[in-house]
Design a protein around this ligand. Structure first.
Ligand SMILES: [Zn+2]
Ligand SMILES: [Zn+2]
Length: 298
């Protein structure tokens, strides 16, 4: 089992390198910086810290106790299937679920608050897909992985499915000018998903597919014009800080107005100050004073 995780990690890191290279050679939007706004928030807090913490919650605190209590996995409902059949089954059924839940999140004001963070970035790239509200991940990954374990799938299905999610997630958000032709009716890619991240009214309720584009074509929500979006992200102001993004989903506030309070100011500028200090130590650079408007969005 350990070696499967090593192999999936190597494949994932290689895929990241390939996509970054393709973004450099064939950009969808030219001039997008690699260290774009929110890069460190997405990498450190969403990709590493949140994923790790939620993995413990989802597997150890929800799915395992559920299985221990009801003993579903002992029924071995899919155990006899070949591994590829199990993977295919869970990829397709979960993708069908995620299409409808995603669509529901765009229509329901309450659940929109668990999804708006994902749309908050104005510079969409390979890493942008990682920005997902903790509650959204908690719901979606519990619904994704609970059936895999409860139906008695082979243990390798979990890391293989997680790898497929990551590879596809990176691909659909990548800033690559892909022209996949008829394949875009079947396989979802940046052509349609980058439009989903645009701040254009015509796509507020379109392009909900994640892996298979045919859900959008089948259920009448596909949007694929011949041009590229002009505006990106949300049409309203959204906090840049990870924790404030989560607070904002519960209680609306104006980040700028909170800066009047010294305690909040201290918290708000703590990480940029630490980062500046680290840069001075590591690269022996002179500490630069960062104006409020261009504060590092870590
Ligand atoms: Zn969305
Ligand atoms: Zn997305």
């Amino acid at each position: 089992m350990k070696h499967v995780e090593v192999i999936t990690t190597v494949i994932l890191l290689s895929w990241v390198a390939v996509v970054i290279l393709l973004e450099k050679c064939f950009p969808y939007r030219k001039g997008l910086p690699f260290f774009r706004e929110g890069f460190w928030t997405d990498l450190v807090l969403y990709t590493l810290v949140q994923s790790y913490a939620l993995k413990i919650v989802i597997f150890d605190l929800i799915i395992q106790p559920l299985d221990q209590h009801f003993g579903f996995s002992k029924l071995h409902l899919v155990t006899g299937w070949p591994v590829w059949g199990q993977v295919l089954f869970f990829v397709v059924t979960h993708d069908f679920y995620i299409y409808w839940f995603h669509r529901f999140q765009h229509h329901n004001p309450f659940f929109w608050r668990t999804h708006e963070a994902h749309h908050s970035g104005k510079q969409v790239d390979w890493l942008a897909g990682s920005r997902s509200h903790a509650v959204e991940i908690l719901i979606n990954q519990t619904i994704e992985f609970a059936p895999i374990i409860l139906l008695g799938a082979d243990p390798v299905v979990v890391p293989i499915k997680a790898l497929i999610d990551a590879v596809w997630g990176i691909y659909i958000h990548a800033n690559i000018d892909v022209k996949s032709g008829r394949l875009q009716y079947f396989i979802n890619g940046p052509e349609m998903h980058l439009w989903h991240h645009a701040d254009h009214q015509e796509v507020f309720h379109a392009n909900f597919s994640t892996k298979f584009a045919f859900w959008d074509w089948l259920f009448g929500t596909a949007y694929l014009p011949g041009h590229k979006p002009a505006k990106w992200g949300l049409y309203y102001a959204f906090p840049k800080d990870y924790f404030l993004q989560h607070v904002f989903s519960v209680k609306r506030f104006d980040e700028r107005r909170l800066l009047r309070y010294s305690l909040f100011r201290r918290y708000y500028y703590l990480r940029p100050a630490l980062w500046r200090w680290l840069r001075t130590v590591l690269f022996r650079r002179k500490p630069a004073t960062t104006p409020v408007a261009s504060r590092l969005s870590t």
